[in-house]
Ligand binder design. Structure first.
Ligand code: ATP
Ligand code: MG
Length: 558
């Protein structure tokens, strides 16, 4: 995918826009918005919405606003506002000077509510929440009109103003739109549009003790900003009639059009901000950016690139019906991206010492290794070789089964970029644990040398013992064991106890000593890794992003 090009495909929303542009419906302009509620960190589902909103605007030469939907004061925090901006920018999108807050419109929204009252389209209702539920009716039965529904305009104006002035207790009165209690759509049965709530707001402080409901604030915010296409997820489909009713009722000159699409669901992944917050607050993860979290900050820390996430959002497409995307596709996207760009390196995660008996003591040879076999332009690097090297414990078996092509007594393997070695002897400690393997090497088989073509069945990665750098490596697995983490009544029961395995005694090639936080590598035969922010100079910490085996590509071929 070309840099920063969001859509290589087209979708039904684009079709609607092209039709609108043809008919001149919105004067041919495209203005979208991404409207997060700042009550948590953004997740991969939001990435879909961000790519769709910003990407669509870009595709049609339009604009996209960032708008914080901060109508719910008790749950919102500045930390979230900051993290959301960082994440949208990191994904590669720019709202320019168009950063807005629904709370910027509180005064305007209040005036719209007054206008509704004046035109007889809203009333103050004193029913208790319990009564309101009873009056609401059900999907099969119509609701009942509130006894307060026919208050005079004057009384409504007076009461609403007194609500605003703090004369009534929280929850004792609400402002409701006056629509139709018999409507088959429950959202049209005189929905609440304002409530009394004494809560400090992160931007407006204690200026207000009444707050507009989301369904009231959202359409008007869209209209105020001149949004043309208000793209949202499917659960708002039944709210669209109220969206349209409201803009008609206040006779707004701007008429954004709400279009619903299916939200992203991802296997093994839970996306509700509320529940993700519970994982953070419950100490089940180390924070919002724990590399196991599906948050954008977690994915970034894990080592996902913004290109891979945009590519993922492009590939999943935009549909009208809900489905679950296989997590393996996300992994496929990062493998594709890093296969092309990541430097290759050698790292031994569970070291086993190999002593090459016929290699001279005290000699350190510089061997040449390619930085990326997929990309010659990435060049070469030098790696030291000496008499003592480390290989993976897994790559040696004293008593191997038939098809074990790695190292075992009497067997030969190639050390990548180096020589062919042969196992001569196994050394154990008093408990019987293998602590060292003694080998000989064939000096004629040096990589690139005369006999470099000699075939052996296995090739192992390794590092030179004296020069290798110690490192910690964190191996991650899915945070949940269930494909659907919310199965059962307690999702914390579905947490994977092995989602993080920390290896404390790894050895990486010395070139990695100067790696910086966020650098990406492919460790040969191990997968893709990045340097975690827990690294300090002299103590490297790597996150494994993903292993090498591409289960998604396999499924496509099958
Ligand atoms: P959550 O329950 O995870 O907090 P939300 O929909 O309440 O989700 P908002 O902050 O209101 O979160 O969402 C901002 C925008 O992102 C909305 O337009 C919403 O529809 C969209 N969005 C949220 N989750 C997804 C998802 N899983 N897939 C696609 N879009 C999403
Ligand atoms: Mg929400």
């Amino acid at each position: 995918m070309a840099d920063n090009e969001t859509f290589t495909t087209t979708n039904f929303i684009h079709n609607i826009i092209e039709e609108d542009n043809r008919t001149g419906k919105h004067g041919g302009s495209v203005h979208t918005r991404f409207p997060p509620e700042p009550n948590g960190y953004l997740h991969i589902g939001h990435a879909k919405s961000i790519c769709l909103n910003f990407g669509t605007a870009k595709k049609y030469g339009g604009l996209c606003n960032l708008r914080f939907d901060d109508t719910n004061p008790s749950k919102e925090e500045v930390e979230y506002v900051d993290s959301i901006q960082e994440d949208v920018r990191w994904l590669g999108f720019d709202w320019e000077e168009r950063k807005f807050y629904a709370s910027d419109y509180f005064e305007q929204l209040y005036q719209y509510a007054v206008q509704l009252i004046k035109s007889g389209k809203a009333f103050v209702c004193d029913l208790t929440p319990q009564q309101m539920r009873e009056y609401r009716g059900t999907l099969t039965e119509p609701g009942k009109e509130s006894p307060y529904r026919n208050r005079s305009v004057e009384e409504n104006l007076d009461l609403f103003e007194r609500m605003k002035n703090g004369e009534f207790q929280d929850g004792t009165r609400v402002l409701r739109a006056k629509i139709d209690m018999a409507s088959p759509n429950l959202n049209m049965r005189d929905p609440v549009i304002y409530r009394i709530l004494r809560a400090s707001h992160h931007r407006t402080g204690d200026a207000w003790c009444i707050y507009p409901m989301y369904d009231f604030a959202h359409p008007l915010s869209d209209a105020i900003e001149g949004i043309t296409h208000s793209v949202c997820t499917l659960e708002f489909e039944a709210h669209r009639p109220f969206y349209d009713w409201l803009l008609e009722a206040v006779n707004h000159p701007s008429r954004p059009q709400q279009i619903e699409f299916a939200r992203l669901n991802l296997s093994y992944t839970m996306m509700s901000k509320r529940k993700l917050r519970a994982l953070v607050e419950g100490g089940f993860v180390s924070g919002w950016d724990d590399p196991r979290m599906p948050t954008i900050s977690g994915l970034r820390r894990r080592g996902f690139t913004s290109e891979s996430i945009r590519d993922f959002c492009d590939r999943i497409g935009v549909a009208k019906s809900n489905s679950v995307v296989d997590y393996a596709l996300l992994e496929h996207c990062i493998r594709e991206d890093l296969n092309a760009k990541a430097l290759r390196a050698m790292a031994v995660l569970r070291p086993l010492k190999v002593v090459i008996e016929n290699y001279p003591e005290g000699v350190v040879e510089e061997l040449t290794a390619d930085n990326n076999p997929e990309n010659e332009a990435m060049g070469h690097r030098k790696i030291p070789f000496s008499r003592e090297v480390y290989i993976e414990q897994d790559d040696f078996m004293e008593d191997p089964p038939k098809k074990f092509f790695r190292l075992s007594p009497g067997q030969e393997v190639r050390l990548k970029h180096a020589y062919i070695i042969k196992c001569e002897q196994v050394i154990k400690d008093e408990t019987g644990k293998i602590v060292e393997v003694r080998c000989t090497y064939d000096p004629e088989t040096k990589s690139g040398g005369a006999l470099s073509g000699r075939k052996v069945k296995g090739t192992l990665h390794w590092v030179s013992a004296a020069q290798a750098v110690k490192a910690q490596v964190r191996i991650y697995d899915q945070l949940f064991v269930n494909e659907n983490p919310e199965e059962g009544d307690d999702y914390t029961a579905n947490l994977n106890p092995d989602s993080l395995i920390t290896l404390h005694d790894c050895r990486v090639e010395p070139n990695l000593a100067k790696a910086g936080v966020g650098d990406h590598f492919q460790f040969l035969r191990q997968g893709y890794f990045t340097v975690d922010r827990d690294s300090t100079s002299g103590s490297l910490v790597f996150n494994r992003i993903v292993g090498l085996r591409d289960t998604w590509a396999k499924m496509q071929k099958a």
